[in-house]
Design a protein around this ligand. Structure first.
Ligand code: MSK
Length: 630
């Protein structure tokens, strides 16, 4: 086995500097320049104490003006802002899930979309008491999809997926009155509560934030993940590569960017068609190279081995290589800057969803019914654009690393089965993992997730924290842009076991896994909830007792706040490397950093210094171990 050589920050930053020179040459605006223009940020906004909810304001809280015009204080304003942030994230993830449910409803034996994992579909149908015996798989798919869609607006009851949680957790949610009802209802209620003249009591606002977050993680996101697996296949370990070096000088490069795999799956399928490859050759290219960006990268990497060009803060970099024929996007985390930036190059910026319309883009409305034709049109546009590439502007950084991705819960269990020769009775469970944790071979696990944020050095917190955790025998499961940070650095290959403590290294060797396990995209944090729940059930304890914590060191989006709420509500201590916009309220800080622990057994910890954040996680893991008597 080869030794691992990590890509350093200096190497990455030197290459970015060269791309920024190209930006200067063509007069393009970049996020690096815009950050300077926007700094310093508005202090009222940063602390969450600017209220723009009605037109009597905006009101800003200062020592001289401690209440807004309606009389709301800093705590009510920061609380309302926090709940609105959560609702935005929950709505976004859940609407992604809804689109996937619609796609499932459109499946047909001879259609654009088919059922690729019938076993998983039948399992979900069984959970939901939907008859399967003797039925056509597509009849079952349509009924399951319709039932899932009704979860968004059902008038009575709570989310069906809550039953997957361990009994202790379900009891806590019921006791605290935070079981999510219809998904849309929790978002609507959050907006209603935060309307002028409704809630201004921080505790009530935080409870609704937890409930609204849970409707995402144990509702909309879980639907998004499960039905994506049914449609496109449940991920299995697969080898691929990551970083801008996956772009090819002599091929048509298509970047797929966003979140919804319904689009990217079709683009991948069409880019592999012989007639499309023949057309690329006619244009003088050697073929078609599809590469992923942000969470779409995770989706297509873990199901097809499609290579990952980069994470959130690299989307502009990809265009700056001058070698991208088309950036094809669906929804979420897409910089509007891509429109004007693409105009400085030959690159076509193609938007496809009414949810994400942007200036300076070419819009091709993508729908499940016309998906094949839409994809054919998009791939054709990209291929025909190859001849317009300006070779003088082409510079592709050579950086890339190999990685193994695709550790769904099913794949993790299957991997564990291969290392349990002496424990035949534990096949199909997480018990081997429980044994490793209980014996101390592994000290704990961290679920590392989330974005990049220009408030901190790109990827630095992700990578430095991961390296230290590995050295301390703490295994990592990762998703979203954190996953790509790991892959690009070289931490997601089997050779990275050399960076681990003796215990984790041994586990990696026995199971033949990398020490950083890729679990997918943002919505796939629902996989992590099921993993943690499975471990808790096999251990016979509640999730809050496990030596497992969550971490989002470079988070930036509303979705991340929604995630934070459901991860905490699931009993998992959550460590943030970017301060949430609540610092102007002592009551909100006390609630989120302490008091919610009395309700759900976990809370948030915030620390901007990655070294200290990592130490705090290790300490918390050791405290959990001590409390379990191990
Ligand atoms: S893409 S939400 S920047 S993880 Fe899911 Fe990355 Fe964060 Fe978007």
């Amino acid at each position: 086995m080869e030794k691992v050589t990590l890509t350093t920050f200096e190497e990455m930053e030197n290459e970015v500097a060269k791309l920024l020179e190209t930006a200067d040459k063509v007069g393009a605006s970049t996020w690096q320049a815009r950050v300077k223009q926007q700094t310093p940020h508005c202090k009222f906004g940063e602390e969450g104490i600017c209220c723009r909810i009605c037109s009597m304001g905006p009101c800003r809280i200062t020592p001289k003006a401690p209440r807004g015009i309606c009389g709301c204080d800093a705590h009510g304003i920061a609380g309302r802002n926090f709940l609105r942030f959560t609702a935005g994230g929950s709505a976004t993830h859940s609407d992604h899930g809804r689109e996937i449910c619609h796609t499932l409803y459109c499946t047909a034996a001879d259609g654009n979309y088919k059922v690729k994992d019938p076993e998983k579909l039948l399992r979900i149908a069984g959970e939901w008491d939907i008859p399967t015996e003797g039925r056509d798989i597509y009849d079952v798919a349509h009924q399951v999809a319709e039932t899932a869609l009704l979860e968004y607006g059902k008038p009575f009851g709570t989310q069906r997926f809550l039953k997957r949680a361990n009994k202790e957790r379900q009891a806590i949610w019921a006791r605290e009155g935070i079981e999510p009802r219809a998904i849309d209802r929790e978002v609507s209620q959050a907006l209603h509560m935060t309307h002028m003249g409704c809630s201004s009591e921080p505790e009530a606002l935080v409870r609704q934030a937890l409930r609204c977050g849970l409707s995402d993680g144990w509702g909309g996101s879980m639907a998004g993940t499960d039905f994506s697996d049914v449609l496109f296949g449940t991920p299995k370990p697969i080898d691929t590569e990551a970083n801008l070096g996956v772009l090819e000088e002599d091929m048509v490069n298509i970047i797929v960017h966003g979140h919804d795999p319904s689009l990217s799956e079709m683009i991948v399928e069409w880019s592999e068609k012989p007639e499309m490859i023949a057309m690329a050759k006619e244009m003088g290219a050697k073929g078609i190279n599809v590469a992923g960006m942000c969470c779409t990268a995770n989706e297509v990497a873990m199901r097809h081995g499609i290579r990952m060009a980069g994470n959130f803060l690299q989307q502009e970099n990809a265009v700056l290589t001058g070698a991208v024929e088309a950036v094809v996007v669906d929804v979420q985390c897409i910089f509007p800057a891509l429109g004007p930036l693409s105009k400085c190059f030959h690159t076509k910026f193609i938007t496809t969803s009414n949810i994400a319309r942007m200036p300076d883009s070419e819009f091709i409305h993508f729908s499940p019914e016309n998906a094949g034709e839409n994809a054919r049109q998009i791939v054709t546009m990209a291929v025909q654009n190859f001849k317009n590439r300006n070779q003088d502007l082409v510079y592709i950084p050579k950086m890339k690393q190999k990685c193994t991705v695709g550790y769904s819960c099913e794949a993790i269990i299957k991997t564990l089965d291969t290392v349990t020769n002496s424990h035949v009775d534990v096949t199909g469970t997480y018990k081997p993992l429980v044994e490793c944790l209980e014996s101390g071979v592994l000290r704990g696990a961290v679920a590392m997730v989330g974005c990049n944020n220009p408030k901190v050095r790109h990827d630095y917190s992700h990578i430095e924290i991961m390296k230290k955790l590995l050295a301390n025998d703490i295994i990592l499961v990762v998703s979203g842009c954190s996953a790509q940070a790991a892959a690009k650095a070289g931490l997601m290959c089997r050779e990275a076991k050399e960076l681990c403590g003796a215990g984790l290294k041994r586990v990696c060797e026995l199971a033949n896994i990398p020490p950083v396990l890729h679990m997918g995209s943002c919505v796939d944090i629902s996989r992590m909830m099921l993993l943690v729940t499975g471990v808790a059930k096999d251990w016979g304890v509640d999730t809050a007792q496990l030596p497992i914590v969550g971490c989002a060191p470079e988070w930036m989006s509303e979705k991340a706040v929604s995630i934070g709420n459901y991860v905490v509500a699931t009993g998992i201590e959550t460590f943030l490397g970017i301060t949430p916009q609540i610092e102007g309220s002592s009551q909100m800080k006390d609630l989120l950093y302490n008091k919610v622990r009395d309700w759900v057994g976990a809370a948030f910890t915030v620390e901007m210094n990655p070294e200290k954040l990592c130490d705090a996680m290790i300490d918390r893991i050791e405290e959990k171990r001590a409390a379990l008597g191990i």
